[in-house]
Design a binder for this molecule. Structure first.
Ligand code: NAP
Length: 242
């Protein structure tokens, strides 16, 4: 019998994560939908997933809090193991290095790197045992090119890229494939308030990307079509960094 597939997407109450959850549901995955605070938005995405005929389990926890991550995931993992994990949860706290406080540095590193570590570590064991898994990290052009005002965010995203390659090297023999999707400027709450007229000239395609355009790249990397791809960085940035 065909085994039902499950995907855990972190930070999926809105933006890129919500688009990823919806595209994976379309592709037949039941969704474990993590978010941090916006219950209403998460419930709305959950409803859309159910309308696609898939189940959605809402999971409110801070990926950077190891106790919360374990409390929610450990009992569930005794019954079921997702075969896909998308580490998407994140935020930026932009300021020039000379003004950057310790909390801006630590919070941004923590949500991306500690969050990756705590969630991935719990799911990895089951993937390795089953010899099947896809882990996708959402990085950023900022982690590839560096971006002024984002020393913390660039460091965090570059860290994820390094972790992608090291983990891929550790797990590929067991058919657990690890890749990163690296978006450029994408239309979400995260870029609200940025000066779009100053950003557009940096993008050869001359427009901001859509969450669904990032989600389709993730869906490809989770599909059977990507069965020989691991340790790679797939940029979805309209040519902003080549
Ligand atoms: P967004 O619209 O602000 O959504 C962020 C999501 O992450 C929300 O669901 C939020 O949950 C969740 N989240 C934040 N902190 C969390 C935490 N500690 N634990 C669990 N969930 C948390 O942002 P987005 O633009 O979609 O960004 C998604 C990812 O893409 C991020 O990693 C970001 O760095 C990356 N990215 C974005 C862009 C861009 O231009 N938008 C470009 C490159 C990379 P609640 O709202 O429920 O609290």
């Amino acid at each position: 019998m065909h085994e039902q597939k499950t995907a855990l997407v972190t930070g999926a109450s809105k933006g890129i994560g919500a688009a990823i959850a919806l595209v994976l549901a379309r592709d037949g995955y039941d969704i474990w939908l993590n978010y941090r605070s916006d219950h209403t938005a998460a419930a709305a995405v959950g409803k859309q997933i159910e309308e696609l005929g898939r189940s959605c389990r809402l999971m409110c926890f801070d990926v950077a809090d190891p106790t919360a991550v374990k409390e929610v995931l450990t009992p569930l993992l005794e019954q079921e193991y997702p075969s896909v994990l998308v580490n998407n949860a994140g935020f930026a706290k932009d300021t020039l290095m000379v003004w950057m406080g310790e909390s801006e540095w630590k919070d941004v590193l923590s949500v991306h790197l500690d969050g990756f570590f705590y969630v991935t570590k719990l799911l990895l064991v089951g993937m390795l045992k089953k010899r099947a898994g896809r882990i996708i990290h959402i990085a950023s052009t900022s982690g590839q090119s560096g971006m002024p005002g984002q020393v913390n965010y660039s460091a965090a995203k570059a860290g994820l890229i390094g972790a992608t390659k090291a983990l891929a090297a550790e797990t590929s023999k067991r058919n657990v494939l690890v890749n990163t999707v690296s978006p450029g400027f994408i239309e979400t709450e995260m870029i609200d308030g940025l000066p779009i007229e100053r950003i557009l000239p940096m993008i050869p395609m001359g427009r901001i990307g859509k969450p669904a355009e990032v989600a389709e790249a993730v869906a490809f990397l989770c599909s059977d079509k990507a069965s020989y791809i691991t340790g790679q960085i797939l940029s979805v940035n309209g040519g902003a960094y080549m």
